[in-house]
Design a protein around this ligand. Sequence first.
Ligand code: GLA
Length: 361
Amino acid sequence: MREEFEYRVTSPGRVNLIGEHTDYTLGYVMPLATDLHNRLDATPVESAVAVHSTALEETRSFAIGDVSPGGSWIDYVKGCYAVLQAEGHDPPGFDGRITNTLPLGSGLSSSASLELAVMTLLNEVNDLGYSRAELARLSQRVETDFVGVSCGIMDQFAVALGTEHNALLVDTETLEYDLVPLPENVRIVVFHIGVDRELVESAYNERRETAESALGTIGESSSKDVSTEKLAKLSGLEKQRLGYIVRENDRVILARNHLQSGDLSRVGELLLDAHSDIATNYEASCAELDSVVDLAVEHGAYGARLTGAGWGGTAIALVDAADARSFAESVYDAYTDMYPDHDAHYHLVSPADGVRIRSTE
Ligand code: GLA
């Protein structure tokens, strides 16, 4: 493996502050790009790709004329080629090395981060001229068309368009967005609960189908447009699931307003409401996530909730910046007392810039 590379791409992860399971019904989300990131060092070469992951201590390679999914992390790289080739492009191969501060598979969008790193590299090397939003869309297609996860646009959008100090309030229908500054006196603590996310894909795809069918039943295409009257026409699971989404859209807008006026207690209340609603009505939580949220409140957080798809993975807590480290330690200690066998960990994160590339020469 070479030591020197021509390009360095820094690609963040994402944390979603609020607006969960709303993006695939074209609702509102409010994620931010994190200062935890993947770094891809790369040099273009003729017709093959070889990428070394320092975290996994392995190199994976493929010929760019042969891009079928193989079931490993390199699929996120292969998928970028498949999508760009389907768009009529013929990007060259590259030798690359990934080093990361972003934990893999933790619900912080390490896969979207990798997709955007590769898309950004190929966009630059081949002079394709795609905008950040277009790169986000293309990266989403890596998941939907190649990897086989019917995800929304939130993760890729946050990784592509995040900016330091801000969350993004995104209308996932139009992709219009507002920057929502996170007050300087708060920090976000991210807890990975140390539970492997099993069956996430099937549960996720099933939620998406129900939500889409509920929209179909009432003849709407975006969850933003669902009125109380229309919601009342639904019944059973369709009503329960879409009801949650409609309330969550409202909470995103309220959270933006309260962040703007610096009312952190009310932002915290919304996070707690969001957690209880997604746990009860979307059934996307688990005992450990519920425990972290309770512990976070006991230890003085403004609010806390699961972030990302759920069913394991990660929870966030919004806390005073000055106490963030001791808060995180106390919650961590209490959590590991409850679940001594879980490999939990935590990070303090700040909003960071989206993916960026520079030539190292
Ligand atoms: C995953 C998906 C996103 C979004 C969240 C839930 O992270 O990739 O598109 O649907 O789950 O909010």
